[in-house]
Design a protein around this ligand. Structure first.
Ligand code: UGA
Length: 432
């Protein structure tokens, strides 16, 4: 870092998908941003413009930020001493009972304690247990420093678009000065700003993720009921979603919900409630229902497969928890693959985006190779590539012409023309 570098408007600690997106988007909005990570190799690579995650539009923003020098990367905390606002975008891994490990935040606070500028503002963006703001203030032990909660609502794969066009910005602050300073960083974004106390801000984040996960568990339950009763979930969700009190977003049934946030946050909220001696049966049930849904998908595969599961050869398309990301953490696809393998099936997985080495099964480089001699094809992630495959070729390669498409992504007309039997969760099958 050259000594002549201007004081940044904001320093971002951590360059994971939240930190890097936040840093690049603030630079895009015209703020001077410095991003810190203790991973020296990653920082060197970012300074060369190499973005290590798959996130639409992010590489272009990082390149722009580096070119305009609005975005700088460093591996030294000493470079951020003049930042008026410091945002913590650090990992908060969970333990098996849902509690979060705040070690990285505590370590950062210990470092920041002696480095922060007078009157600096420290913001948590990572999802942290309710009450962390108070704990962080204690770790910082800097009465002149304000601590603020400004949770992120970024979806992986669309994080840049979500940052720049949010439904709302939530700022939980103990002082008006701190709230205004953080709100000013978002100047240029057209969205309502909800200013509240830190505890409520922390709760908003958990409530949003848990509510969405609960909505999906409900929809998946309705799809199971359609399987049982013969209804069509697409008609049910169309009718359900047109009630404006319910809304039509997040009503797509699938193999179950997953990713690095929903499972962790639903468990985290339940854990938090238990430690406060409060019972949250709806939240607990959302999680249990999702596990049951994975079992239901596996039972359906077992029913549809012409061979007993123990002898079956299965082609699987999709390993990431959703399309547009390389992330397989807590992916329902991997939960299902694991269950199938434990049942004795031989599984070959193709995923166009998953990080190498993250799929614990045989993998194929293209969708067709996965299908060679398979007893059926199971689609578990909604990659757009799967909508445009040559289904005649797929029909020729499969040992039996059966597809179970848990994401409704495969082209219905082409499947029929290719003589394939197409099955979906909660919908009557298409059998030519
Ligand atoms: C989620 C939230 O949507 C973000 O607002 C939040 O900021 C983020 O967690 C976080 O806490 O950091 P993300 O984990 O990227 O974002 O994933 P979503 O797009 O919300 O999808 C979650 C799961 O629900 C995926 O497995 C997806 O396939 C599934 N899903 C989503 C469905 O099965 N059906 C739908 O209609 C929508």
């Amino acid at each position: 870092m050259k000594p002549s570098s201007p004081a940044p408007d904001v320093a971002i600690i951590g360059t994971g998908y939240v930190g890097l997106t936040t840093a690049a988007c603030f630079a895009h909005l015209g703020r001077d941003v410095i991003a810190v990570d203790i991973d020296t190799a990653k920082i060197a690579s970012l300074n060369r413009g190499r973005v290590p995650i798959l996130e639409a539009g992010l590489t272009a923003l990082v390149h722009d930020g580096l070119a305009t020098r609005r975005l700088r990367f460093t591996d030294s905390y000493a470079d951020i001493t003049d930042a008026p606002v410091v945002m913590l975008c650090l990992p908060t891994p969970h333990d098996p009972d849902g509690g979060l490990d705040l070690r990285f935040i505590e370590q950062a606070a210990a470092t920041l304690q002696r480095l922060l500028a007078a009157q600096a503002i420290v913001v948590t963006k990572s999802t942290v247990p309710v009450g962390t703001q108070a704990e962080l203030a204690g770790w910082l032990a800097r009465p002149d420093v304000d601590v603020v909660s400004n949770p992120e609502f970024l979806r992986e794969g669309t994080a840049v678009a979500d940052f720049l066009n949010p439904d709302r910005i939530v700022i939980g602050a103990g002082s008006r000065r701190a709230a205004r300073t953080v709100a000013d960083l978002y100047a240029g974004i057209d969205a309502p700003v909800h200013t509240t106390d830190p505890t409520s801000a922390e709760l908003i984040k958990y409530a949003a993720n848990t509510f969405l996960a609960t909505k999906l568990s409900f929809v998946n339950e309705m799809s199971r009921l359609c399987d049982r009763l013969g209804g069509d979930i697409t008609a049910v969700t169309a009718g359900l979603g047109s009630d404006h009190r319910i809304g039509d977003a997040f009503l797509q049934p699938g193999p179950g919900w997953g990713g690095s946030c929903f499972p962790k946050d639903t468990r985290g909220l339940a854990h938090l409630a238990r430690s406060a001696c409060e019972d949250l049966p709806v939240v607990e049930a959302a999680h249990a229902s999702n596990e049951r849904h994975l079992d239901h998908i596996v039972s359906t595969i077992t029913r549809l497969c012409p061979e007993p599961l123990a002898d079956a050869r299965l082609a699987v398309w999709g390993a990431t928890f959703k399309a547009g990301t390389d992330d397989t953490r807590d992916s329902p696809a991997l939960g299902i693959v694991d269950r199938l393998q434990r049942g004795g099936a031989t599984v070959t997985v193709h995923d166009p985006g998953a990080k190498p080495g993250t799929v614990p099964a045989s993998t194929a480089d293209d969708p067709y190779t996965a299908c060679v001699d398979a007893d059926m094809l199971v689609v578990l992630t909604e990659w757009a590539d799967f909508a445009v495959v040559d289904l005649d070729k797929v029909a020729d390669l499969l040992a039996s012409p059966i597809i179970y498409d848990t994401r409704s992504i495969v082209d219905r007309r082409q499947a029929a023309e290719a003589g394939l039997h197409l099955h979906w969760p909660g919908r009557p099958p298409l059998v030519p």
